[in-house]
Design a protein around this ligand. Structure first.
Ligand code: COA
Ligand code: AMP
Length: 646
């Protein structure tokens, strides 16, 4: 295995051009940098449905790359993982050898329970080391993990259970939200009662001293008990194209999309992006303050830093309140973090409590070399505040669950361009990002259109949607032939910097969490007082966006606006979870629509955000727009109401 040298001369333009013009040579060279069991000779192929596949005849094991390989290379005593949990006042370090042993032992438990290559396993767990061990243990056996974010409610878990059909579910007795213990077992039981699919067992990690869950004898198994008697399991060789994991993400309907990631392409993309974008290498301390339930957690808490041989940090806490807005700076100083990654919303929360950045000054951040932001559009004020307070590169970059690694970035490991506030950077290796107009023609600089990527997508991008090739094709490839549709709108400037302006579909980003307004509409519409409704994402100073509901009542229904709001808020919280942040509902007489019946959600969103908008000529009745806009103004729903039609 060759290691990447941070010293070797690199040039963005030449490398990027090569990744587009000679993708096979480019990615074959990158593939040389990981330890395959069998090196691939077929670099880029297409399967029977025409989907691109990377390194099809290669064989490897992702857990081997993330743990065993480092031990085999004599780096077993280096620190792989630091668990820092202010909510339990715990700090723990694991060397690569300890990591390998923990994972091998847990893989032994899974194997004894009948989990084999190709089986699916759901992991519904909090931010503890056992969650990371569970992911790697699945990878070790060639089983496909699906981590479900711990903040999702039982219904969301049930939907994922029915789609992924896991053989086993791994969970823990509880999570901790600041000072609140969240019992997971009742949520899991409720999800299992709702789901049609019944896994063979659940395996429960009891968080001793915090909360012990009641286990159903014979069905719910005790993690620690089984671990004690298990025989460690070895790494199984899998094909590069075998699935490593499924991660569910919000689409435009109530059914989430099960994004499928492969083993080989993913491993190559992880090592390549960690060096090229994040300038991080073996021995460096890397911290992504995200959750293991999100793509950022998969890629940059677990796989990329561990495959590269870095020390990764698993933080069980918040940017504020655990105990204060200095929490991030404390962790960075204490563990000598070199590279940091979080969502802008976390920084807005910190800045709100410590506008002068006084807490930053209390810590020695001399090891910190770069600060990365992604997950939602970064407002210029947040980025500038960080730049001023830290004096290091603060880099906004853009990617999606689907890509698994950055598509746009200021590639620190290759070449740091002057930072332009508001831009998410330039396209990264293999991502031929373009802006298309309605007619599918490429737009010139500074004109906003649909952000697309020309095929083939590079290694690491999604293989398909789990058991739903038809949805995969419809969601991403039907709109513009030969291109992947990202669902974002944006533009680029004369110097090749791209600007991502927001989603052009019914997906919103609330505090860095991707959610579907379509799904919320389905839930709101299920209330027996509701005739029809629209849920739109409007700007929010702290969370970036929050959803609000506009509801038309069924004729003859008698319910006060306040009661309806309370009931709908409770319903969305029960079905999706508190993370939805659905807190506002207004009753309107009618919803603005086109003559063909399409609700004008975008126009209402622009009205609430105070952005310019144009009324489509196909509008059914322009008066309705004025009515709704008056109502939103009256209810103070939205940051501004003075936008005028163009
Ligand atoms: N388990 C259970 N509940 C959870 C949860 C979890 N894992 N995560 C969030 N919640 C709950 C919160 O407790 C809160 O509940 P409440 O309405 O009863 O108070 C609700 O969901 C909303 O959570 P959130 O939007 O996260 O608000 P917050 O006030 O708890 O925290 C931030 C605000 C900005 C600190 C937080 O959203 C944050 O750190 N965001 C960064 C997100 C991120 O890293 N995204 C990944 C992309 S890089
Ligand atoms: P997720 O799949 O949860 O990572 O969310 C992906 C979506 O978040 C993208 O499609 C964008 O809408 C948004 N997003 C992520 N990073 C950025 C960024 N740097 N700037 C603007 N939007 C972003």
């Amino acid at each position: 295995m060759q290691s990447c040298s941070p010293k070797s001369p690199k040039n963005y333009q030449a490398l990027y051009q090569k990744s587009l013009e000679a993708p096979i040579d480019f990615w074959q060279a990158e593939a040389e940098k990981i330890a395959w069991f069998q090196k691939p000779t077929q670099i880029l192929t297409q399967n029977e449905r025409g989907y691109y596949r990377w390194f099809a005849d290669g064989k490897l094991n992702t857990c081997y790359l993330a743990a065993d390989h480092h031990v085999a290379q004599g780096r077993g005593e280096e620190i792989a993982l630091i668990y820092d949990s202010p909510v339990t006042e715990t700090k723990q370090k694991f060397t690569y050898r300890q990591l390998r042993d923990e994972v091998a032992q847990l893989a032994g438990v899974l194997s004894a329970l009948g989990v084999t290559k190709g089986d699916t396993v759901i992991i519904y767990m909090p931010m503890i080391p056992q969650t990371l061990f569970a992911m790697l243990a699945c990878a070790r056996l060639g089983a496909i993990h699906s981590v479900v974010f711990g903040g999702f409610a039982a219904h969301e878990l049930a939907v994922r259970i029915d789609d992924a059909k896991p053989k086993l579910i791994l969970s823990a007795s509880c999570g901790i939200e600041v000072d609140r213990v969240i019992p997971y077992k009742p949520l899991l039981d409720k999800a299992l009662a709702e789901a049609s699919h019944k896994p063979k067992h659940t395996l429960i990690f009891q968080r001793e001293g915090i909360l012990n869950a009641d286990l159903k004898a014979g069905y719910d198994l005790d993690w620690a008990e089984l671990l004690e008697d298990a025989a460690p399991a070895e790494c199984i060789a899998v094909a590069s194209t075998d699935p490593l994991y499924i991660i569910y993400t919000s689409g435009t309907t109530g059914k989430p999309k099960g994004i499928v990631r492969d083993n080989g392409g993913h491993a190559v993309a992880m090592q390549h992006s960690l060096a090229g974008v994040y300038d991080s290498y073996q021995g460096d301390i890397f911290w992504a303050a995200s959750d293991l339930g999100w793509a950022v957690g998969h890629s940059y808490i677990v796989y990329a830093p561990l495959i590269a041989g870095c020390t990764t940090i698993l933080y069980e806490g918040k940017p504020v309140r655990t105990p204060d807005a200095g929490a991030f700076w404390r962790v960075m100083a204490e563990h000598q973090v070199k590279t940091f990654f979080t969502a802008p919303t976390a920084i807005r929360a910190i800045r709100k409590e410590d506008p002068e950045g006084l807490l930053i000054k209390q810590y020695d951040l001399s090891h910190l070399k770069a600060f990365f932001l992604a997950g939602e559009r970064c407002d210029p004020a947040t980025l500038e505040w960080l730049q001023e307070k830290l004096g290091i590169p603060v880099i906004d970059h853009w990617w999606q669950t689907e890509s698994g690694s950055p598509m746009l970035a200021n590639p620190l490991g290759l070449e740091l361009f002057p930072i332009k506030v508001g831009s998410a950077g330039k396209p990264f290796s293999g991502y031929q990002v373009q802006i298309l107009g309605e007619d599918g023609k490429a737009l010139p600089p500074n004109q906003e259109g649909a952000v697309v990527v020309k095929l083939p997508l590079p290694p690491g991008a999604l293989l398909t949607i789990w058991h739903d090739d038809a949805r995969f094709e419809k969601s991403y490839f039907q709109r513009f032939e030969g291109y992947y549709l990202t669902g974002d709108g944006g533009f680029y400037d004369e110097e090749g910097y791209f600007y991502i302006m927001g989603r052009i579909d019914d997906v919103i980003n609330v505090a860095g969490h991707r959610l579907s307004t379509g799904e919320m509409e389905e839930i709101v519409a299920s209330h027996n007082a509701v005739a029809e409704c629209a849920v739109i994402g409007i700007q929010d100073a702290l969370k970036g966006q929050v959803p609000v509901g506009l509801v038309v009542l069924k004729d003859g229904t008698k319910i006060s606006e306040k009661d309806l709001e309370n009931q709908l808020v409770a319903l969305v919280r029960e079905k999706i979870g508190a993370v939805a942040c659905f807190k506002r509902v207004a009753i309107v007489q009618r919803l603005p629509k086109t003559r063909s019946g399409k609700i004008l959600r975008n126009v209402m969103r622009s009205i609430a955000d105070g952005k310019p908008y144009s009324v489509p000529s196909t509008i059914d009745d322009p008066l309705i727009l004025a009515e709704v806009s008056d109502k939103m103004r009256k209810e103070k729903m939205g940051e501004a109401f003075d936008a005028k039609p163009e």
